[in-house]
Design a protein around this ligand. Structure first.
Ligand SMILES: Nc1ncnc2c1ncn2[C@@H]1O[C@H](COP(=O)(O)OP(=O)(O)OP(=O)(O)O)[C@@H](O)[C@H]1O
Length: 242
């Protein structure tokens, strides 16, 4: 048996329908560990629906989703929840943190809920926040800047050492400077932690940092422009972010 890790994400022939509309039509997507991808597309094109399928929150009409080597469609609800907790981190547009808790409490809580002991959970949370440049204690999360809150959300998504990190419009609520910082941070994660990162975004300057870009339109996911021409078009220096 080879020691090669399984792909972080394999999506094949994925189809999702709502009454009268096909939102995802024969979608294919492959992400190795240590790779990043971005999906752009107009509002209502189904980007969040795709993430909900990957999280196992909704069931596709057809197709297969394999995360870290496991076909999630074959798991019972209980095993699916455990597999998601062990393999997948999620960052939302507005952070979705508990505002009255400090950053370290927000991050440690995710580890505690996953069964990590208290000392380890707080140790990991402190280390991650330190690495990501967020003041860990003393300030309720509500009092942090938007950028610090999003970096806290990234730390929370990483604390259980996911194979796959998903982000839904992670920079949508940020000003330009924080948007750049958070986008740089997200796309540095595959190089720093070896996880795969999939970001859904309206923002082409954010998407430009990904190893691969896709556009979702009329249910169809297609590869977008090549990395170099894309980066040139949005005026980013050539080369990856990591
Ligand atoms: N269960 C459902 N029943 C009916 N319509 C649905 C259902 N789920 C999603 N939709 C519709 O499907 C479309 C796609 O929604 P989705 O949130 O995935 O789009 P999006 O690309 O993420 O949009 P945005 O960029 O605005 O967040 C929307 O028009 C939404 O209202």
């Amino acid at each position: 048996m080879s020691g090669k890790p399984p792909p972080a994400l394999e999506v094949s022939a994925l189809r999702y329908e709502t009454p009268g509309r096909v939102l995802l039509d024969d979608v294919e997507l492959h992400l190795a560990q240590g790779e990043s991808a971005a999906v752009t597309g107009p509002s209502g094109s189904g980007k969040s629906t795709l993430l909900s399928c990957l999280l196992g929150l909704i069931r596709p009409a057809a197709g297969r989703i394999t995360i870290a080597g496991t076909d999630i469609g074959r798991l019972s609800p209980r095993r699916l929840a455990r597999h998601r907790r062990d393999t997948t981190g999620m960052v939302f547009q507005f952070g979705e943190l508990l505002p009255e808790l400090t950053p370290v409490e927000n991050v440690a809580l995710a580890a505690l809920l996953a069964g990590t002991g208290r000392k380890d959970a707080f140790g990991r949370a402190r280390q991650l926040l330190d690495d990501l440049g967020v003041p860990a204690v003393g300030t309720p999360t509500a009092d942090l800047s938007g950028g610090e809150r999003q970096r806290t959300a990234v730390a929370r998504a990483l604390v259980n050492r996911p194979t796959l990190l998903l982000a839904d419009e992670p920079t949508g609520a940020l000003d330009e400077r924080n948007r750049e910082n958070v986008a740089d941070l997200l796309f540095s994660l595959p190089g720093r932690w070896g996880c795969a990162v999939l970001v859904v975004t309206h923002d082409v300057t954010v998407a430009a940092r990904a190893d691969r870009r896709y556009a979702l339109s009329d249910g169809v996911l297609t590869p977008a422009a090549t990395s170099q021409s894309y980066r040139a078009a949005v005026n980013l220096p050539s080369g990856g972010a990591r």
